[in-house]
Design a protein around this ligand. Structure first.
Ligand SMILES: Nc1ncnc2c1ncn2[C@@H]1O[C@H](COP(=O)(O)OP(=O)(O)OP(=O)(O)O)[C@@H](O)[C@H]1O
Ligand SMILES: [Mg+2]
Length: 239
């Protein structure tokens, strides 16, 4: 018997104008589970996150959070229901300080678990604490990425969708981001991660989905993917 899903995506289809991009995507993520969505460039991973978040309107299918169907709702409603999204492009407010950027994201806790605090964010990323009174636009690209993650987390989501969080980060910061993702799941928050670095995705995830041409082509544990070289060759590795 499968564990009950907190987030359940069922038979999701999405188009950009006439191009059919997502073809019947189905995925399930339990509470506190880290799941990675893998695939080559252009396979439809970001579109999947955007469609779950309501930024791309699905043409059909379901996105259920704790049984409630959110497919087709506007993005702010989906955010309010408890899904957060960290896009590939950093989303900071350049003219206000680091700390103000964080405080803008704060929402009350949605479960019995205590709410995340700004102090915890500074524990994750001490360099943001050092720069708390700096205008966010002055931060490096990596620091802006961290700040975007912190703001999403301070919204106390039940599920967080993270698109390529380690892209362009120094190896030491990649470690911090990986630790943060683990800590997120320890609090019972579910993570759907799009991560280009296969070793990181395999290390943090309980399960992985592989996407090719807008379809899920493989689903299993990291170990089962390690044992499926043909899947990696066909859908992941650049030849
Ligand atoms: N706004 C858009 N309008 C039209 N086509 C788009 C748009 N965004 C993405 N696409 C197309 O949809 C397909 C899936 O793109 P998507 O961004 O989901 O891929 P991805 O797996 O996230 O890869 P990557 O991040 O490497 O680009 C690609 O063929 C892409 O060119
Ligand atoms: Mg993408």
């Amino acid at each position: 018997m499968a564990t009950p899903a907190l987030l359940e995506v069922e038979d999701l289809n999405a188009h950009y104008d006439k191009s059919h991009i997502l073809h019947g995507v189905s995925m399930r993520i339990a509470s506190g589970e880290i799941v990675s969505l893998l695939g080559r460039n252009g396979s439809g991973r970001s579109t999947t996150l955007k469609t779950i978040m309501g930024l791309v309107k699905p043409t059909s299918g379901h996105v259920r959070l704790d049984g409630r169907d959110l497919a087709g709702e506007r993005a702010f409603r989906i955010a309010r229901a408890g899904i957060a999204y960290v896009p590939e492009e950093r989303e900071i407010f350049a003219n206000i300080t680091v700390e103000e950027n964080m405080r803008i994201g704060v929402q009350p806790a949605r479960t019995e678990a205590p709410a995340w605090t700004v102090g915890q964010m500074y524990d994750f990323f001490p360099q943001l604490k050092q720069r708390r009174d700096t205008a966010a636009g002055m931060l490096s690209g990596g620091e802006q990425q961290m700040l975007t993650m912190c703001r999403a987390l301070l919204g106390n989501p039940r599920v967080i969708l993270i698109d390529e969080p380690t892209e362009g980060l120094a190896p030491k910061i990649v470690e911090v981001v990986t630790d943060m993702i683990r800590e997120i799941c320890r609090k019972g928050v579910s993570v759907l991660l799009v991560e280009q670095k296969l070793t990181i995705a395999m290390r943090v995830s309980a399960r992985v989905y592989v996407m090719g041409h807008g379809e899920i082509v493989f689903e299993g544990t990291p170990d089962s993917l390690r044992g499926a070289p043909e899947v990696r060759r066909e859908w992941l590795e650049v030849s």
